[in-house]
Design a protein around this ligand. Structure first.
Ligand code: ZN
Length: 139
């Protein structure tokens, strides 16, 4: 069995953003040489997400509006967590609902997606360097 590990780095200039990281994951699969197996992709930070959905800008705006309604960034004083001196309680909550990781089947060297599926990095507390782990196992 082959095993492959890579960290993808991001430094998002804004507080929140969604980025399609499917091309980077496809490149990892190519580098791994795995034709049949599994790819795990996870955020390595508790204020960022990895999830699968449609690459449609209206939907991404809908996510952002929905998450801001559920857990508004401001006022930062509304959160217990921010009493520690941080201002990112909303980012922890947003990450929880959007998820930590995805696992995708690799079939014949390709991501075995359903219709329109793409992999996204969701940043909720950006403006610093953060990582995504890609782990691939298989033959
Ligand atoms: Zn925090």
């Amino acid at each position: 069995m082959k095993s492959y590990r890579k960290e993808l780095w991001f430094n998002i200039p804004s507080r929140r953003s969604f980025i399609n990281i499917t091309p980077q994951v496809v490149e990892c699969i190519r580098e791994s040489g795995v034709k049949e197996g599994l790819a795990l992709v996870n955020a390595m930070h508790i204020t960022a997400s990895v999830f699968i959905n449609d690459d449609e800008s209206g939907l991404h705006k809908d996510y952002d509006d929905w998450l801001e309604e559920l857990a508004p960034h401001e006022p930062v004083s509304q959160y217990q967590h921010n009493q520690t001196g941080e201002d990112n309680a909303d980012a922890h909550l947003k990450r929880q609902i959007m998820g930590r990781e995805v696992v995708v089947a690799i079939t014949n060297g390709s991501l075995d997606f359903g219709p329109w599926e793409q992999i996204f990095y969701g940043e909720f507390d950006g403006r610093r360097r953060k990582r995504v782990l890609v782990k691939i196992i298989g033959e």
